[in-house]
Structure formats: C-alpha cells, structure tokens
Design a protein around this ligand. Structure first.
Ligand code: DX5
Ligand code: ZN
Length: 226
C-alpha cells in the first residue's frame, strides 16, 4: 500500500483548448499537484493531440510541475526538446522503446524524472531489469490515445503486482494511474498502491472542476476492519 498522500494530475487533454490559459489558472489555484500533458504522434496511438509549441505555452503559465506523457514512437528524438519545453517528469512507453535502458538514462541525464508507461496488455514483469532505475511507472488503465474511456478493472491487480516488485528494490518508486480515473475508483486505486492519479474527463466535465479536484484529493483508501 502507498504510504504517502496521493497526488492529483489533471490531464490537459480534456481542457478547453480555446480557453487553455483559463484552465491552466484553474489548476494553478486548485489543490492539484501536477499538470499531466499527453503528447501523441498519430503513429504510436491512433490520435494526434498537440506538440512542443503548446507545451511551451503551458509552461509559461503553469505554476506546478509538468508531467509529460509521450505517446510517440522512438521518443529518444524528442527528450531534449521535452525538457527544454518545461517537462520535469517524462514518461515514455515501454512498447515504443527498443533500447529502454538507454532511454531511461537519457531522461535522467537531462535532469528529469524518468518514467515508463505500460499499455493495458503489457505485464509489469517487463520492467524487472530496470525497476531500480525508474522514478515512476505509469500504468495505463485504458488503451492510450483518447480521453473519456472506461477504466479497465484489471488495473487494480496490476498496481499490486508492481508494488510487490518494488519491495526492497525501489521503495520510493512512484506509481501513476492514467485513464478512466474518477471519484468512483480513486479510493481503491490508492489502496492498491497508486501514488499519482491522472484524471481528464472526470475533472473537466465536472460542473466545478476545482471542486472535483478537491474531492479526488481528499479521498482516503477504504478502512477494512477485518
Ligand atoms: C489517454 C491519456 C490520458 C487521458 C486520460 O491516452 O494518456 O492522460 O487524458 O483521460 P480520462 O481521465 O478522461 O480517461
Ligand atoms: Zn496520459
């Protein structure tokens, strides 16, 4: 089980791009901890979101760390640009990296926190040889590419498996969950060991997004008496 207080990372993908500064200010003023920023290339995932000019624009206004989720093939090509555009945490997909260890080292050499994302079909065991090298693992709880999809329940067991893998090997590893997260499953996710909850649709489709962030932030894992 996760011991620290969990973090909330609103996903900018679900923001109103025509009112991006307004939505960034809302996150600045809210209890959210990070900005989660999804960059897609239309090749690794069947969608294109936005690129580095938008990331730079977000950086100018954001007062909280930028957590960049690269859903792109061969992400090594863009790591430096990502850092220069303001990223503090960079997630690359296991499925998109032929030389994963090299990619993780390159992220850390830039001074960023290194994270690997796993698609729903990818088992946690693929990280066995690099688990000590990672700052974070991003567990996709939907197939990447789109916001507003349904949460895949197998994620709970997967978080637990990853938490077990980190024991005595990387106790400070941060586990992030991304996709279909909301007030209905946040408590269970925290109980299984999630440290960072990404939420897009749940926050931005709420009548009061800041209040929804507050609700996600104050959630505690369920107490089991027996
Ligand atoms: C999906 C992205 C997510 C997405 C989550 O590929 O990685 O970050 O924005 O959106 P919701 O919370 O709506 O599932
Ligand atoms: Zn994401």
């Amino acid at each position: 089980m996760s011991t620290g207080k969990h973090l909330i990372a609103p996903s900018i993908l679900a923001a109103d791009f025509a009112n991006l500064q307004r939505d960034i200010e809302m996150i600045n003023e809210s209890e959210a901890d990070w900005f989660h920023i999804d960059i897609m290339d239309g090749v690794f995932v069947p969608n294109i979101s936005f690129g580095f000019p938008v990331l730079e624009a977000i950086q100018k206004h954001a007062k909280k760390p930028l957590d960049v989720h690269l859903m792109i093939e061969n992400p090594d090509r863009y790591l430096k640009q990502c850092k220069d555009s303001g990223a503090e945490v960079i997630s690359v997909h296991y499925e998109a990296c032929v030389h994963l260890h090299r990619t993780i080292s390159a992220i850390k050499d830039l001074g960023c926190k290194a994270s690997v994302a796993l698609n729903p079909h990818t088992p946690t065991s693929v990280l066995n040889e690099v688990i000590e090298d990672l700052d974070m693992v991003l567990i996709m709880s939907v197939n990447p590419g789109f916001g507003g999809q349904s949460f895949i329940p197998r994620t709970y067991a997967k978080i637990q498996e990853l938490r077990n893998m980190t024991l005595n090997r990387n106790d400070s590893l941060v586990i992030q969950v991304d996709g279909g997260v909301g007030v209905n499953n946040a408590s269970e996710l925290i109980q299984e060991g999630a440290d960072v909850l990404v939420a897009g649709n749940a926050i931005f489709s709420a009548e009061d997004p800041a209040a929804l962030i507050h609700d996600l932030k104050k959630i505690n894992p369920p107490v089991h008496l027996i």
